[in-house]
Design a protein around this ligand. Structure first.
Ligand SMILES: NC(=O)c1ccc[n+]([C@@H]2O[C@H](COP(=O)([O-])OP(=O)(O)OC[C@H]3O[C@@H](n4cnc5c(N)ncnc54)[C@H](O)[C@@H]3O)[C@@H](O)[C@H]2O)c1
Length: 382
């Protein structure tokens, strides 16, 4: 694969892991970085050996750059993506894809008209953990799937993020922040969503920043911080998802798929630990077994011996979606962590917000292809 030359815009907190990973991915090269805070960008460039730091507009205009990696705050995602596409560059963004659907359509239409590719986080479903779940499902270990459930209780981010305002401002909240991980995984495993229903609650009017230079400062809360959602999939499976910034402690962090013959469980899908979302145990239990089976199990029946995490990416591998997108561009195909998938998940979340606000079931009009498993031939990790 020829090197895919990437310009990074947004050098805040999440950029470190991208810079670290992209430095060792074969076929990707971050050649410039910039943000609204150029001192921060220069420091990141020095720390991670990025050849140059320059203003975002100069990165977007640089003819030597193939793609923009958009790690700005959610409210800026659409503008940066549109500017990148207008300048003839592919774009890969952090989640959420956009904060309103009209902008999402604009991004996808512009990419289509210009023959460019749009990719989007989360790429966690390309991690060994979710790939293993998909293999178990495809092998029929739990029979036909009937239900799915994700419980993700947290107490928000103000204890560890120095600038947590955007998590509580319009466009934030646990649904738009945490929802993309679990909904994207659900669509990867079960296919597109047809209809949703939801309830939401804003528990506190204000919250206190509890770390860093702004310790003690209060922030307004504009979005619901406790979100309960029901999900009907096109294939008839029914799901539920609880995501919260209001729970101090719980034994429920879980992602489970129920099938006619058993259950698959990810016991700790913890969003606070980036690595956990890519790697870790997958359990399954079938009607034939009295106990949970954790993969890998040396004495598992041969037909259940799904190779465990053979693709790698069993660490906080953020950026693997961009690596896979570079391969997709080189081979003239759609990426797995695609803009169309991100749009569909965004529409489902918008529908959940509408449902909670208006107390009614809401259809999800868009659809998308269920991403394929990563092939065994996909470049391995570090
Ligand atoms: N922090 C995390 O743990 C985490 C995890 C997963 C995903 N994300 C997502 O990553 C994105 C960035 O999060 P973060 O925590 O790094 O935020 P951050 O506030 O630490 O950094 C944001 C960066 O974007 C830049 N920026 C903002 N608006 C801009 C604009 N208009 N033009 C150019 N640059 C602009 C800022 O200068 C800064 O460099 C968000 O969408 C977030 O949801 C964050």
């Amino acid at each position: 694969m020829n090197s895919f030359r990437v310009g990074l815009i947004g050098t805040g907190r999440i950029s470190d892991v991208y810079l670290r990973n992209c430095a060792v991915f074969d076929g990707l090269e971050i050649v410039a970085c910039g943000s609204l805070n150029m001192d921060e960008s220069r420091a990141k460039a020095a720390e991670f050996d990025v050849p140059c730091a320059k203003e975002p507009a100069a990165i977007i205009a640089d003819p030597e750059i193939d793609a923009i990696l958009n790690l700005t705050i959610p409210a800026a995602h659409a503008d940066i993506s549109v500017a990148a596409l207008e300048a003839g560059k592919h774009v890969y963004s952090e989640k959420p894809f956009v904060t309103d659907l009209a902008n999402g359509r604009r991004v996808l239409e512009l990419a289509r008209d210009k023959g460019l590719t749009v990719g989007n986080a989360p790429d966690t479903f390309l991690g060994g953990r979710w790939q293993t779940v998909r293999k178990l499902l495809d092998k029929g270990v739990i029979g036909a799937p009937t239900g799915v459930a994700a419980f993700v209780p947290t107490h928000g981010v103000e204890r560890h993020h120095p600038n947590p305002d955007f998590y509580y401002a319009k466009g934030g909240g646990p649904l738009l922040d945490l929802g993309p991980y679990y909904l994207t995984a659900m669509v990867f495993l079960l296919g597109p969503i047809r209809e949703v229903a939801a309830m939401g609650k804003k528990t506190f009017a204000e919250r206190m920043i509890e770390n860093g230079p702004r310790n003690g400062e209060m922030m307004p809360v504009e979005e619901d911080t406790h979100s309960l959602n029901l999900i009907a999939f096109e294939n008839g499976v029914l799901g539920e998802m609880m995501v919260s910034f209001d729970v101090w402690e719980s034994e429920t962090p879980r992602f489970e798929i129920y099938g006619e013959d058993g259950t698959i469980c990810i016991p700790d899908p913890d969003p606070g630990d980036g690595a956990n979302i890519f790697q870790g145990p997958v359990w399954y239990r079938t009607r034939a077994e009295a106990r949970w089976t954790e993969r890998p199990r040396p004495d598992a029946p041969a037909e259940w011996c799904v190779a465990e995490n053979t693709h790698g990416f069993n660490y906080d591998a953020r950026g693997v979606g961009l690596l896979e997108m570079a391969d997709a561009v080189a081979n003239g195909r759609s990426p797995r962590a695609s803009g169309a998938l991100a749009y569909h998940v965004t529409e489902a979340m918008e529908a959940m917000l509408t449902s909670a606000r208006e107390a009614r079931f809401v259809d999800v009009a868009s659809t998308c292809a269920r991403p394929e498993l990563l092939p065994e031939t996909f470049p391995k990790d570090r």
